[in-house]
Design a binder for this molecule. Structure first.
Ligand SMILES: Cc1cc2nc3c(=O)[nH]c(=O)nc-3n(C[C@H](O)[C@H](O)[C@H](O)COP(=O)(O)OP(=O)(O)OC[C@H]3O[C@@H](n4cnc5c(N)ncnc54)[C@H](O)[C@@H]3O)c2cc1C
Length: 452
């Protein structure tokens, strides 16, 4: 009896429940990854994620070879290619990790339908989140809309056991494995100069390093310059690390990381219940977004003249990653201050983020735009206060905005206050939004500054 294990964004062998179950229950297992043309062509495709994915596939193939198997790689329509491999190896079942996005749900439905017609069994297993999306529901609802009660229920849930990598993967040697795709074959285009190394092996090293750092204690996850969050998000996005495994490693070391993973689970269960999350307001609020392509471009390029915003946006372009606090500040600035539609911001993030994720990205954007799960939807972050609080000596800004490298201390956050002579020497744009007034050059609504 043969089973095809269709890998999607669960690119690992450690704590990979569907792979382990396949190895226990079947005489032969065919691990398969299909470079999905539909995802490849969908906007906004990301060359940064393509590079990470190519490395993750190479690493997965190498791990599977060590376990006596291989990673079969195909390209095209994921359902058609899967069924073709199923037919070629005479498999009776397909195992897949369940996922939450609208696309993943539609893919699952299609796979079930087409497989049923061919007499093939399809089974879905856990592995994308710590607690499977949909497992926790409030009384009278199909999902939690607010994080705090979700977190309370989440903390009381029994987690499944972490499953070690199978000792051996019994493989059908008569199937051609196919070449690994290069990053450019997945999505070509400009990439960030500094990107994390993709794959489970790099992810496990990053995890152990993050645990060691956490053991030293003293992290302030909001300190922009210290940059002490785990940076595990790309590995979690592609499933090079299991969220459950990460939660277990941190549970007695740093409860803050476990809480962040609960946020991730929360966003995933919201997206599963509301698959339109990346395109539609979760809580429609009839906001009159401004159509301002100049402001959007300045924001995207990190040229708004608001140093803390520009630093975040340039970190994104340089590293394909941005500190969580900077994501909040830049998203608030685009949606609440420039009043540009969150969908433009989410699309730009999705183009560049290596961890670019349907659930977390759309969830984060809607949360900040006030259309999502924030219980205080009118919250506006004052970028200057945020900068003074979370980058008190300006180190983060100077790291990413070289035009301001010579401005000392916290003065870097308000270059417009510098003496005229010093300001004139800076090749840095004037603020797009005057800190105490309306946007320059157009009659937009005045910016909304708040106490935060
Ligand atoms: C506007 C906006 C867009 C975002 N887009 C994404 C995205 O596309 N992909 C993504 O993974 N995260 C996104 N986040 C959430 C968060 O910023 C990142 O997960 C985090 O910065 C990743 O860094 P880390 O791995 O060092 O996080 P840590 O602080 O070390 O947290 C550990 C893990 O928990 C998860 N996590 C942390 N914070 C959040 C959060 N607020 N919501 C959901 N999960 C969280 C991540 O998987 C992260 O790797 C977004 C947040 C905002 C405000």
């Amino acid at each position: 009896m043969t089973v095809v294990v269709l890998f999607t964004r669960d690119l690992r062998v450690y704590d990979q429940p569907v792979l382990s179950r396949a190895c226990r229950e079947y005489q032969s297992v065919v691990p398969l990854f299909v470079v999905d043309e539909r995802i490849r062509r969908s906007a906004p495709a990301s060359p940064n994620r393509a590079e990470f994915l190519a490395a993750a596939l190479a690493d997965l193939r190498s791990s599977l070879r060590t376990l006596g198997a291989d990673l079969v790689i195909r390209r095209g329509d994921v359902i058609a290619e899967t069924l073709r491999v199923v037919a070629a190896v005479g498999a009776s079942a397909v195992f897949v990790t369940a996922d939450v996005s609208g696309y993943a749900q539609a893919r699952a439905r299609l796979l079930l339908r087409e497989s049923a017609q061919a007499g093939i069994r399809v089974e879905f297993g856990p592995g994308v989140t710590v607690v499977p999306a949909g497992e926790l529901t409030p009384a009278g609802g199909d999902h939690y809309r607010v994080f705090t009660p979700y977190f309370r229920a989440w903390q009381q849930t029994r987690w499944r056991h972490v499953v070690p990598a199978p000792p051996r993967v019994p493989f059908r040697q008569d199937v051609e494995a196919g070449p690994l795709p290069a990053a450019d074959d997945i999505v070509a285009g400009q990439r960030s100069p500094v990107l994390p190394e993709g794959g489970e092996s790099a992810g496990l090293r990053a995890l152990e390093k993050a645990v060691r750092v956490a053991r030293l204690g003293g992290q302030d996850r909001d300190d922009l310059a210290a940059d002490q969050t785990t940076r595990l998000s790309p590995y979690l996005h592609f499933g090079c690390l299991s969220a459950l495994h990460v939660a277990r490693r941190f549970e007695n070391v740093d409860p803050d990381v476990v809480r962040q993973l609960a946020w991730r689970d929360f966003m995933h269960q919201v997206t599963m219940a509301f698959p339109d999350m990346p395109t539609h307001d979760y809580r429609p609020r009839d906001i009159a977004w401004r159509d301002d392509s100049d402001a959007l471009t300045a924001w995207q390029e990190g040229r708004t003249g608001m140093p803390i915003v520009d630093a975040g946006m340039r970190q994104l372009l340089a590293e394909g990653w941005m500190h969580n606090r900077a994501r909040l500040i830049t998203a608030s600035f685009l949606t609440k201050t420039l009043r540009v539609d969150w969908r433009h911001g989410a699309a730009h993030f999705a183009r560049w983020l290596v961890d670019g994720d349907i659930a977390n990205n759309a969830g984060g954007w809607q949360w900040m735009a006030g259309t999502g799960n924030d219980t205080r939807p009118n919250r506006v972050l004052n970028p200057i206060r945020q900068a003074r609080r979370f980058d008190p000596t300006g180190v983060y800004v100077r790291r990413y905005v070289p035009e301001l490298a010579d401005v000392a201390g916290a003065d870097v956050h308000e270059p417009w206050r510098l003496p005229e002579r010093s300001r004139a020497r800076l090749e840095y744009p004037p603020p797009l939004i005057e800190p105490a007034g309306a946007p320059r050059g157009h009659s937009a609504q005045p910016p909304l500054w708040s106490a935060e």
